[in-house]
Design a protein around this ligand. Sequence first.
Ligand code: FAD
Length: 390
Amino acid sequence: MRQLFSPSRLGAAVLLIVLAGCGNSKNEVYIEKPVDDLYNKAMDAVVDERYSEAAKTFEQVESQHPYSVWATKSQLMSVYSQYEAGNYDQAVIAADRFIQLHPGHRDVAYAYYLKAICYYMQIVDVGRDQRTTELALRSLDDVVRRFPDSKYARDAKLKLDFTRDHLAGKEMEIGRYYLNRQEYLAAMNRFKRVIDNYQTTTHVPEALERLVECDLATWQRYGFAGKTVEESQAICEQVFAATLDGHALVSNKSVWRNFPWIWNERWSFRNMVLIGDALHSAHFSIGSGTRLAIEDAIALTKALEAETEIAAGLARYQSERKPIVKKLVTAARTSADWYEHFSEHMKLDVMDFAYSYITRSGRIDDARLRAMSPQFMARHEAAKNSGSRS
Ligand SMILES: Cc1cc2nc3c(=O)[nH]c(=O)nc-3n(C[C@H](O)[C@H](O)[C@H](O)COP(=O)(O)OP(=O)(O)OC[C@H]3O[C@@H](n4cnc5c(N)ncnc54)[C@H](O)[C@@H]3O)c2cc1C
């Protein structure tokens, strides 16, 4: 921690003539001493790493010579000495006082930094209360925001990363605890908090993974597998009561179902041929299953009509139709993938979310969307340019 001490401050101090020794008695009586005498005594104590004594002597400089230039320097040196002595609470109080009295001082960044470091040094393991870690986060952030170009900001940024990681670790620990107790909603909230508030930390992959576990666990816990559509509907109405605001959930054959992915490279065998869902499936989210099945039937009829031999007709059907279907099925998979990561999209603001939803299958690019819905694109682009949240 020696690097925290500014040599320039020491340099200024040693210019003063060292006049006094270092007496320290329990029955100390108040004796007024010259300012340079006191200041040099305090600096000697700093050099000798007698920090508590140094802090006390710096305080004397201020109390005995409040209007001297050394009083202000002593206030800051007192913060530093208290910090080095491990008296973090006193150091923070002294730092706050310096900041309050000298908000425009050229060394005020140092006071902010020392205060942040005092909290940072008190970070305890994730099993214990993290109040000091929160304070460290806030005060380190203060240094970075207020003095972005200072040397303190560089170090504060590094420490901020560690502090965030630590807080995310605490959230993960609580999340895992709830998960073990099968309190899934509480666990989910903790994992979501890690993903939302500590996006750059090392805990995000595990939080995401556990969120997925949690979703499945919630599904299982509610016993949705054995519930009728009406029963599931009633549960969901309860869970989303606040959002529904008194309205009923509308159901349309809303069964729980794992989507069956079907794809065949070979479309016919002898006199047998595949069409529709038996040949390929396209995820519900692009809603094209029926259309594809009917278009397959039309394409098959046309191909058979175009050829005299059945085998040639079936070959034509596959070669002409396959690239078209493949394109749609790929879009369906991309769209399904969007749904698989729904919680991540929920972090977007409303215009970005809408844009992400509309373009989820990759079939609609900006030019097409602009042509289809110029007003939407204008709003989306305006929101993007202003960086505003709609
Ligand atoms: C819940 C759900 C929602 C959907 N929503 C949409 C949507 O909004 N829009 C959309 O376009 N698509 C949607 N689809 C997809 C769409 O229903 C299918 O893609 C489409 O019905 C496929 O048509 P198909 O003729 O290939 O198969 P199917 O419609 O399944 O027809 C196959 C038929 O063959 C019968 N059959 C099976 N085996 C035999 C056998 N051995 N002998 C005799 N008959 C047999 C079956 O009983 C069935 O009647 C949805 C699908 C589901 C499950």
